[in-house]
Design a protein around this ligand. Structure first.
Ligand SMILES: Cc1ncc(COP(=O)(O)O)c(C=O)c1O
Length: 394
């Protein structure tokens, strides 16, 4: 076989693909592994959404290619959602683009803007696709340090002008995966003003905007003044409507950025399956806020059960107001070791903080996307395991 392209030399296999493989190997040996590692909602989407998919799929004329930008009715439904939810007006022809999940948009945007000598500003604890997208594109990453002291929010004003003036993208994500950090509109305004000043495209990856707790309501960065001059935001159906496997999302915001992303995308894919767009329209237009609130209450209860248990299992964490995760600091400061021990000895899967960047080494990420029953079983198992844990064998 020929040698793979050089760009793969620096590109590890996606962390969760490796972890899932290890868990599946244990399961094939008959081990009952409980996975608290993957951020995939365990509950179903609203019933009318599933019904809309089925009805649309039964029609004879919904099976062809459906266009590169997503059907106009879908883009209009995204605009209506932004108006209703955030008071933000979007031109559905020029400021909205359908995506096959936001991960696709994240990597394609990196391809659209980064090449040799270009750089992206990325928090040093973040969703891995931001930096992997930069690597695939051949661009550089300038890491923005984060710490618990500053609530895991970057201080962009500390980025030297010499770095800022050469950067093209600034990635942000609130409520955050994995830290659970949330942003105020004031912080978004500061980021917009700074990005406008330095001619940077501010990219807000916002899949958890509707997954929030304790009455907290998250914002869109597009609510900040002059945001559209310099901002693109990714919205996703995966967490808002429990539709992770459906692969549906949208990019919204600056029309030039949208057009540039389309230039890559239209050469890469041919749009989504029409019934998925039709079901997406129903999700956006008909899902009552009460459905989202009730679903979030389920996650909130799970969050609280985890937080109560942490002192018994060598972990501590701030209480997250949003996202699907508890970001817990490990007592002895070695997140990787904790994850390995818990998987080998208690058969519980966690995500190590190091998978999100060097800033995450002391942490592990615990997902709330697991049934109450399995979560209780996992917490009981961990409480028995932790005081009796053994050092790892080499
Ligand atoms: C921060 C963040 N961005 C993007 C994604 C990808 O979402 P999608 O399912 O829309 O591709 C995820 C998925 O977990 C995520 O946590």
């Amino acid at each position: 076989m020929p040698k793979p392209a050089e760009r793969l030399d620096n590109l590890p296999v996606y962390f969760f693909a490796v972890l899932t493989q290890r868990i599946q190997t244990l399961q094939a040996q008959g081990v009952d592994v409980i996975s608290l590692d993957i951020g995939s909602p365990d509950l179903p989407p609203p019933e009318p959404v599933v019904e809309a998919l089925a009805q649309s799929a039964r029609k004879p004329n919904t099976h062809g290619y459906s266009g590169y930008r997503g059907i106009p009715e879908f883009r209009k439904a995204v605009s209506r959602y932004y108006e209703r939810r955030f008071g933000v007006q979007l031109n559905s022809d020029t400021e909205v683009l359908a995506l096959i999940g936001s991960k696709e948009g994240i990597v394609n945007l990196s391809l659209a803007y980064l090449g040799a000598g270009d750089s992206a500003l990325i928090p040093d604890i973040s969703y891995p696709s931001y930096s992997m997208g930069a690597r695939i594109a051949g661009g550089d990453v300038h890491w923005l340090p984060l710490s618990a002291k500053t609530g895991f929010l970057p201080d962009i004003t500390s980025v030297p002008d010499s770095v800022a003036d050469h950067a093209k993208l600034l990635w942000v994500n609130y409520p955050n995966n994995p830290t659970g950090a949330t942003a105020t509109l004031d912080l978004y305004q500061e980021m917009v003003d700074w990005s406008n000043k330095h001619d940077i495209l501010l990219v807000s990856d916002n899949p958890y905007v509707d997954v929030t707790y304790d009455g907290f309501k998250a914002s869109s960065v597009l609510q900040a003044n002059n945001a559209k001059n310099c901002t693109i935001e990714f919205m996703s159906f995966s967490k808002t409507f429990n539709m992770g496997g459906w692969r549906l999302g949208a990019a919204v915001g600056n029309a030039i950025a949208i057009k540039t992303l389309l230039q890559v995308k239209s050469n890469m894919d041919s749009g989504h399956f029409r019934p998925i767009y039709d079901a997406g329209i129903v999700a956006l237009d008909t899902t009552p806020q009460s459905w989202i609130d009730e679903r979030n209450m389920v996650y909130q209860r799970r969050r609280d059960r985890i937080i109560e248990t942490l002192p018994h299992i060598g972990l501590k964490a701030a209480i997250p107001k949003g996202s699907l995760y508890v970001w817990a600091e490990v007592e002895d400061g070695d997140g990787d070791n904790y994850v390995k021990q818990a998987l080998d000895q208690a058969h519980i899967g966690f995500a190590p903080g190091s998978a999100y960047g060097t800033g995450g080494k002391k942490y592990i990420r615990i997902s709330l996307g697991i049934s109450d029953e399995r979560l209780e079983a996992a917490l009981e198992r961990l409480k028995t395991w932790y005081p009796n844990r053994k050092p790892l064998q080499d």
